[in-house]
Design a protein around this ligand. Sequence first.
Ligand code: AMP
Length: 208
Amino acid sequence: MVFEPVQNGLANFSRCFVAFTTTSDQSAWAGIFSAMPELIAQTLIRDVPDFPKPGIVFKDITPVLMHPAAFEESVEALAAVARIHQPDVIIGIESRGFIFGTPIALRLGVPFAMARKLGKLPYDRISEEYALEYGTNTIEMHVDAVDPGQRAFIIDDLLATGGTAAASARLVERLNGHVAGFGFLVELGFLNGREKLLGYPVEALISY
Ligand code: AMP
């Protein structure tokens, strides 16, 4: 495979990508980009049937991470979305939300905080239970991850049923933060995850 230089990825970004936005009032951004062709990432994400269990089609984003121009372009696009919502802090959801969330926080010059699975965070924390497309889980944040009144923009690689994202929003709000919105590389639209995020801006670059 031939990798395009990163600069080409950025050039692509400026002329192309697809964005889907739900709610609202705060999502004027979508209109700007909605008629544009696809991200490189869209050509790379692969389906892995029956992972992690039978009947689930897993959207594997690892080829995006292995293609510097695609990775750069995806981060740039998500950072552009996040910037519009003027966050004070970026929250990355474990674990692939960390991969996209950290470079976005660096680009915006704001703190990065983690929403982690049960038992992973060392300091004082709060917990929320949530349902996955497969199974259930608990997600936690440190009590000092978000200051009262701060605007948190929540990043993950993929929106499926919306349970993980909604639990992350509850954690932010229990810390008296404000959820500025959500950013996803991929959305599985047929799972209606947005219905769990009603009232929040939801931005996804690629929708299936
Ligand atoms: P959900 O809470 O159902 O929206 O699930 C979202 C979380 O589970 C994200 O962190 C995704 O990385 C992961 N996930 C759920 N379903 C899939 C899928 N079909 N392919 C890849 N990741 C998935």
